[in-house]
Design a protein around this ligand. Structure first.
Ligand SMILES: Cc1cc2nc3c(=O)[nH]c(=O)nc-3n(C[C@H](O)[C@H](O)[C@H](O)COP(=O)(O)O)c2cc1C
Length: 345
């Protein structure tokens, strides 16, 4: 079926992916990680130009379109007022990521998301490799169903004025970068974020940046304005810059690198001492408690603690202690004890 890319072409010239400063540096969508709290924590210690796009966790279109499912998934699209004011003051863009397999549900979800007036863009997940999602025609499995993938992009773009982008991989069971990206480019998405592994590779082996480079060349040959963002093992600002220069991507997206160093989005390396770690952890716990209270599993918060509790003497001891603390109060008391111990040195 030949489709006229009616809805998204005219918007294309003035969407934020075109007007934002380059290089684009994005914080990846990560389930149970990049909620409004963690995004605010990271933004609060990042340079304006070294982090200019952030993504929500992936959110199910089935859930959004179902009266009973919606309350379960909608917290993924929560944006605290404090995060919003930080985003506005920095001119950092916030993109809602959605997933599913039914174009009609994408259409409805895109409308819903636009009406929230919180987001600058909508991203479609065509990369998640998890069994629970690829068993349906969704996420990375859409690589095997390019016509459905295109229908989903068109349906989403037709029902929103927000720019529509795609996050995907270089193939499903084999590397198939050019054919797959060729399909996506036909729909002129506002941006494509390409993770340099196939679905079969999951998170194993090195990310294949040469494949990402091939996708950039294909985009250039196509004459499309689609921004190309590379993703995979960007662990520092210096690595980000080197990938951008070597592979001519418009930007990079950082996922797990932020776990090693939440201060990595700074053009000059930041000297981090124990007081920075304690203060950022305090901010995270306080924001998390104020935002989610007992409405979200406390264990999700606990998983973040190792981000802050490393790189100083006796860090392992404190990690153990925090792993045993099972509520906000105990964690805050431990934090005070830690501050007393280290600041009095
Ligand atoms: C805990 C976790 C959750 C993730 N959740 C999502 C998600 O919701 N949507 C998505 O597109 N990718 C998700 N990803 C994949 C990341 O966005 C990213 O593509 C991946 O971590 C590779 O980038 P990296 O090498 O910089 O970590 C997730 C990854 C991790 C580790």
């Amino acid at each position: 079926m030949v489709r006229l890319a009616k809805a998204h072409q005219p918007l294309f010239m003035d969407n934020f992916w075109q007007t934002i400063n380059k290089p684009i540096i994005a914080l990846a969508p990560m389930e149970d990680v990049t909620d409004t709290v963690f995004r605010e924590v990271v933004l609060s210690v990042s340079d304006v130009d070294a982090l200019n796009v952030v993504f929500t966790e992936f959110t199910s279109t089935d859930g959004l379109c179902h009266d009973k499912g919606r309350p379960k998934v909608i917290e993924r699209l929560q944006v605290n007022a404090s995060e919003m004011s930080l985003l506005k003051s920095r001119n950092t863009k916030l993109v809602a990521q959605i997933w599913g397999s039914d174009p009609e549900k994408f259409r409805l979800s895109a409308r819903m998301i636009s009406e929230m007036n919180l987001f600058d863009g909508i991203d479609i997940n065509m990369g998640c490799p998890a069994k629970k999602v690829v068993k349906n025609k969704s996420c990375a499995n859409l690589i095997n169903y390019p016509e459905l993938a295109k229908e989903i992009i068109y349906a989403t773009a037709e029902s929103t004025d927000l720019p529509v982008s795609v996050k995907t991989r270089i193939g499903f069971s084999r590397i198939n970068t050019e054919e797959w990206i060729g399909h996506l480019l036909e729909t002129t998405p506002a941006a494509i974020t390409l993770h340099g592994r196939t679905r079969k590779m999951m998170s194993n082996g090195p990310a294949l940046w040469e494949e990402i480079g091939k996708a950039v060349i294909l985009r250039n040959q196509s004459g499309k304005l689609t921004r190309m963002i590379g993703n995979g093992e960007v662990t520092s600002y210096a690595v980000a810059m080197s990938r951008i220069h070597q592979y001519s991507v418009d930007g990079v997206m950082v996922g797990t690198g932020v776990f090693k160093n939440p201060w990595m989005f700074n053009s000059q390396p930041v000297e981090i001492d124990i007081s920075h770690r304690i203060e950022l952890m305090r901010k995270h716990i306080t924001l998390y408690q104020n935002t989610w209270g007992n409405g979200k599993d406390y264990n999700v918060l606990k998983r973040f603690f190792k981000i802050y509790l490393n790189g100083f003497s006796n860090a392992a001891h404190w990690r153990d202690a925090f792993m045993r603390a099972d509520n906000y109060d105990s964690a805050m008391k431990l934090l005070v004890r830690m501050a007393n111990e280290y600041y009095s040195i």
